[in-house]
Design a protein around this ligand. Sequence first.
Ligand SMILES: CC(=O)N[C@H]1[C@@H](OP(=O)(O)OP(=O)(O)OC[C@H]2O[C@@H](n3ccc(=O)[nH]c3=O)[C@H](O)[C@@H]2O)O[C@H](CO)[C@@H](O)[C@@H]1O[C@H](C)C(=O)N[C@@H](C)C(=O)N[C@@H](CCC(=O)O)C(=O)O
Ligand SMILES: Nc1ncnc2c1ncn2[C@@H]1O[C@H](COP(=O)(O)OP(=O)(O)OP(=O)(O)O)[C@@H](O)[C@H]1O
Length: 461
Amino acid sequence: MNTQATGADWRFDRDAVGTFVFSRCSFDAQTGIAELGYRFDDSPEFVEVVTVPGAPFTLDAEREQAIAAALRLLHLIAGVSYYKAAVPKTIVIEGEAIDRLTADFLTMVYENGLGEFAYRNGLELRGEIQFPVGVTSEVSAQSLGLRHHALVAIGGGKDSLVSIESLRNIGVDQTVTWIGGSQLIRACAERTGLPTLNLGRAISPLLFEINREGAWNGHIPVTAINSAIMTLAAIVLGYDQVVFSNERSSSYGSLIEGTGEVNHQWSKGWAFEDAFAAYVQDRIAADLSYYSLLRPLSELAVARQFTRTDHYDAHFSSCNRNFHILGERPVNRWCGACPKCHFVFLALAPFMSKPRLVSIFGRNLLDDESQTAGFDALLEYRDHKPFECVGEGKESRAAMTALTERPEWQHDAIVQRFAREIRPQLSGEDLRVSSLLHRSDDAHRIPPAVADALFAYWDRA
Ligand SMILES: CC(=O)N[C@H]1[C@@H](OP(=O)(O)OP(=O)(O)OC[C@H]2O[C@@H](n3ccc(=O)[nH]c3=O)[C@H](O)[C@@H]2O)O[C@H](CO)[C@@H](O)[C@@H]1O[C@H](C)C(=O)N[C@@H](C)C(=O)N[C@@H](CCC(=O)O)C(=O)O
Ligand SMILES: Nc1ncnc2c1ncn2[C@@H]1O[C@H](COP(=O)(O)OP(=O)(O)OP(=O)(O)O)[C@@H](O)[C@H]1O
């Protein structure tokens, strides 16, 4: 960036940027519009806009204070999209200063959430991201008397639909909520027949401009941003639960030789959930619970649960190519060639009839030799687990092993090749799907009353 120039003269040069500035944030209760402002040095302001429908909102003083805290958290987390464009050495927070606890939490989110971004760009960010601390400590949050009601995030794929159906079955009041303009997610949300809420999010168009001008680019912890948006909305609307559908498997990343673990899904993992939920209860609203309903389950257990109803077969998709802000989307919801398509096909196959699965995807991915490399990566065979939201290698190996024993699948090209070439090398491993379907009851934040009913429901189902 040419730091001498502003306004129309301004040009982005990522190597010349010295400072990333959190310039301002605001929420207007009359319109439901939140604005989040950022700058590099003296650049024009990058403004992200988040909208909570249903305005005007009438708020008492305690709720206003909680909204200010939730808004600031959102401002600080959503800054990751802009910060990454230049990863400058200095971070400045204009306006209200933050304390050590907040700074440490943000450093954790940025370092880990940008782990894949740093690895792919050959950058070293660990130890480099310093949020300025300006006050010794901040006030603890109070209980706001929030109403028992869950804002449940829906992403258009199988996971959130499993949560929504589980909550419906145990009688938890819920609003099915999504962020952004995806028509696919809208169709799934409407298909639930439950109350829905669509939160607006518009990234600053300037970000797309500087991307074209050579900004650093790559993956960001989008679930952290979505979590902060949902938290703001829950406080505005007066609800006591924000529910995500992040499974146990998402806490495990890709093991890269010479680098270690890099987790594409870091902000879906337990470390983020636990820290974010604790921060929200400590600093925003003591009676707001943020949790993932599926944390005790593996991807395979979620897939099995999904197959219990065919109500969403013609509507859902887990293929992330549907969710680009810019660019093309698959014609029939499943591109059939990406890691998510490969994994979801494989994970559902042990639990679903073959005709049903093939009709969902419109083709049989396991009988297509051109997809061999994609499945190899899932199996962690001659490659690492893809940077995508897919299950652990052991889950893919167990699912594939199960298919080698099923007459309807065992003759398909990819399954045959697994049986011939890969399975003999796995003789020491427990390859039973049943070993991966257990529920882990220790690391989760599901409120006790919900957990009791939920586990009883899952045990019955
Ligand atoms: C849909 C998708 O997978 N997008 C990823 C892709 O972005 P791409 O450039 O191809 O297109 P757009 O999504 O349209 O984004 C345009 C640019 O906007 C920037 N950006 C976007 C969203 C945002 O929140 N912040 C941003 O800065 C970015 O510069 C884009 O270039 O590749 C990008 C680079 O690797 C990814 O960052 C895009 O991922 C989206 C943020 C996204 O929403 N992805 C989810 C489908 C996703 O990956 N979910 C993960 C959850 C992981 C987590 O820890 O949260 C998952 O399912 O595993
Ligand atoms: N646009 C969105 N708005 C709100 N929440 C979202 C959005 N996209 C994803 N999520 C949530 O983020 C979490 C992770 O998304 P993910 O894509 O793994 O889930 P999914 O779409 O429900 O299922 P699948 O893994 O099959 O794609 C889920 O809780 C999902 O509901």
